[in-house]
Design a protein around this ligand. Sequence first.
Ligand code: SF4
Length: 211
Amino acid sequence: MIEQTQLFDCQSKNLTQKLTFYSSLEKLNRACSNCDRCSLSQKRQQVVIGRGDLQPDIAIVGESPGKQEDKTGQPFVGESGMFLLKMLKAVQLDSSVYFTNIIRCRPPDNRKPSAEEIKACKPYLIDELRLIEPKIIICAGATAVAGLTGKRESITSLRGKWLDLEGTAVMPIFHPAYLLRNPSLEKDSPKWQTWQDLIAVKLRLEQTLKF
Ligand code: SF4
């Protein structure tokens, strides 16, 4: 479980913003909707807040909102988000899922978020995870892994290996947009490897739910 006291440790490691602990997701989301902590606030159409089961088995943390997300205000509703949902359904991991991103406003031209933007937005993500208490976190893509856990390696070396975030298991996977560009299902292809990673999540979740 992610505790408030532990979150203060995160602040000294890689946060610059003062952490605020909201008493509900509603209050947190309201604060995000009016946020201008970083320059992404100037070009967004909408702040993209998390969606899904509010007491989820799985939280999916992606990189940043894309065009469709910016338009609708919802994460993982574009082509790659839909593709990931399809994969989750195929391994029956779709019944209790919450979707969010490490930043909540779309970077122009879908560029990667900067380190400063991630730092500015991270307190929201940490507090969101504290409020929803997922049993397992799936992190999609190297930028999301680095933003959430501070681990900076290629996704090829990170994927499939369990990480820990204050006692919550984190599974890094390839970003679904990358999988869409690499459709092969051959053994050891990125898609094949992602199936293995999702199956590992399913097995761990089943073990967790037994206790
Ligand atoms: S990306 Fe995050 S920190 Fe930056 S303006 Fe949007 S909500 Fe605020």
